[in-house]
Design a protein around this ligand. Structure first.
Ligand code: UT7
Length: 331
């Protein structure tokens, strides 16, 4: 028996129906379609509407699509991880609710929070469980209802983010496909630049924090941009170097969708042509934990068994990194 690697064997996605366009945002804040398009690459984003629908609503839909596509019994799933910065509730793990709702009654479940790097870090976690031989089916979901933590009077943040969910199933592979290598980083300096000030243990919710709008996302965009653009490019170049990958060996760059300019800079540093760069930021904006699996779902039909994928992400904390994975199936 060969060495066990961790392969993605199915993907699923869900985005809400409601489309919030740049034009619509022009009526809400002092912005315009041209500024948003040229600065970020975003044209529209999806927003989850309706009372009583949290992040789990989208996570469940994405997971159900995956389960149906893969044709498995949810009872076979050993572990459900939900990467999210917007859990349904502060204490109860969203993943536990998702696992129960999808019928994964034999699984244990937990949330993983690393802001926009949640799914990337989750890939590392899921793969480690599979490679160790401890579990056979790990369901990793990236889901965020960013609209629940945005101030729609703040033009510096409300134009960027959107809601969505994506899921990937990790299973053992004996052909050497799947997860190959990772280079993951973090730096606590980042919490000055991208954060929600209140509602955590440092500054619990109070009338004052609500009045001061401290439960919304704050981002010093310029500073985050500087760190993101250099670090995402650096880790992606590093993972190529470490694995002796030349530009021609990379079939796809799978980059976190925060800003088209950051993605272009990463691709350029890697020497990868834009035709090999997955991109859907124009449709969904930055969906935080959901960007990477949404890309996989949108590009699934173009992926071939054996393709070399380089994932890269950068997010709050700061957290960032790159993962090299070989695609394991033709769809
Ligand atoms: O996913 C997690 C990690 N996050 C990121 O990677 C995001 C990184 N940051 C960015 O993507 C960019 O910094 C933004 C897209 C957030 C902003 O783009 P920028 O080119 O860095 O713009 P800026 O913040 O430097 O602002 C430039 C100007 C400012 O006006 P002045 O001071 O030059 O007169 C802003 O007030 O644009 C103004 N501005 C806007 N104008 C129209 C800021 N937001 C808007 C807006 N519409 N929505």
């Amino acid at each position: 028996m060969g060495k066990i690697s961790a392969a993605i064997t199915a993907v699923g996605k869900y985005v809400p129906d409601f489309v919030l366009t740049n034009k619509e945002l022009e009526t809400m804040v002092d912005t315009n379609d041209e500024w948003i398009t040229t600065r970020t690459g975003i044209k529209e984003r999806r927003i989850l509407k309706g009372e009583g629908k949290g992040t789990s609503f989208m996570a469940i839909k994405a997971a159900e699509e995956l389960i149906q596509k893969r044709g498995i019994d949810p009872k076979e799933i050993d572990l459900v991880i939900v990467g999210t910065a917007t859990p349904d509730l502060q204490v109860a793990a969203t993943a536990a609710f998702v696992a129960s709702e999808i019928g994964a009654t034999n699984a244990f479940a937990f949330d993983l929070e690393a802001a926009c790097s949640s799914f990337l870090y989750g890939m590392s976690t899921a793969s480690s469980y599979i490679e160790s031989g401890r579990y056979k089916k790990v369901l990793l979901i990236g889901a965020d209802k960013m609209s629940s933590i945005l101030d729609y009077t703040d033009r510096t943040t409300c134009i960027i983010f959107g809601d969505g969910a994506g899921a990937a199933l990790f299973e053992p592979n004996e052909e050497g496909l799947g997860f190959q290598d990772e280079y993951l980083r973090s730096d606590g300096i980042g919490r000055n630049f991208l954060k929600i000030d209140a509602g955590g243990s440092l500054l619990p919710a109070s009338e004052e924090t609500v009045k001061n709008k401290q439960h919304f996302v704050f981002q010093d965009g310029k500073s985050v941009y500087k760190y993101a653009v250099s670090n995402m490019a650096e880790v992606s170049a590093k993972i190529m170097e470490r694995n002796n990958l030349e530009e021609k060996d990379v079939d796809w760059l799978v980059p976190h969708q925060a800003n088209k300019r950051i993605i272009d800079a990463t691709a350029s540093r890697m020497g990868v042509d834009s035709s090999k760069v997955m991109m859907n930021i124009q449709k969904y904006g930055n969906t935080t934990s959901a960007t990477l699996p949404l890309l996989l779902a949108d590009y699934e039909k173009q992926l071939k068994k054996g393709d070399n994928l380089v994932f890269a992400a950068f997010g709050g904390g700061f957290t960032w990194g790159s993962i090299y994975l070989k695609w394991a199936y033709n769809s």
